[in-house]
Ligand binder design. Structure first.
Ligand code: URA
Length: 196
């Protein structure tokens, strides 16, 4: 299955009854589907649900700033979420909802074959690495096997944490260091240029 087929299939997904009620649209993902770096967040929020683009609200602005520190833009990467639909009042995704979206994410990874997966926050990290505790996992490089392929995974703090923490400058500095780790394991700009 190709990227566009996968997208078309999931744009009308009806596996999760509650999410079908709370979403106004399925937010499949945005960016470059040929990118070597795949970012995975938690779930669309209100703005994402309105615009149909992941991380287009206030968390997204922080993410864009962090990407800029390693000279990346949203066109250099692809971003999706652990689940594709907005939960009511931004509640946490339920286990069953994460499971219902499992095949979609596995298939996306199979099609994209990213070199690095960046998991943003606890939900994406647990989904990909089966490990809990973002504060100890963040900024470390893991190697895991997905669809029989080895892929590197870097968990990072969710930008929403930084916003909830009143934009603590020290926290932002440590988040920048985690992005340096992403930069150090793959020089993405060069990779992208070679593909052009
Ligand atoms: N938070 C997420 O985890 N994903 C989004 O798309 C937006 C905010």
């Amino acid at each position: 299955m190709e990227f566009n087929d996968l997208k078309q299939t999931y744009l009308s997904c009806s596996k999760c009854p509650k999410l079908c009620q709370s979403r106004s649209q399925v937010v499949f993902g945005s960016g470059n589907p040929h990118a070597k770096v795949l970012f995975i967040g938690e779930a669309p929020g209100a703005e994402e649900d309105k615009q149909g683009i992941p991380f287009c609200g206030s968390s997204g602005q922080v993410l864009n700033q962090l990407l800029a520190t390693i000279e990346l833009s949203r066109e250099d990467i692809f971003i999706t979420n652990t689940i594709l639909c907005r939960p009511e009042n931004n509640r946490n995704p339920e286990k069953e909802e994460v499971e219902n979206c499992r095949d979609r994410l596995d298939r996306l990874i199979k099609i994209m074959q990213p070199k690095v997966i960046v998991t943003i926050g606890n939900f994406a990290t647990e989904r990909i690495l089966k490990k809990k505790g973002i504060t100890t996992l963040r900024g470390k490089v893991f190697t895991t096997t997905i669809n029989s392929e080895e892929v590197k995974v870097v968990p990072v703090i969710h930008p929403a944490n930084y916003l909830y923490n009143g934009r603590n400058p020290e926290l932002f500095e440590s988040m920048k260091r985690d992005f340096q780790v992403i930069d150090s394991i793959v020089n993405i700009k060069k990779e992208q240029k070679k593909l052009m």
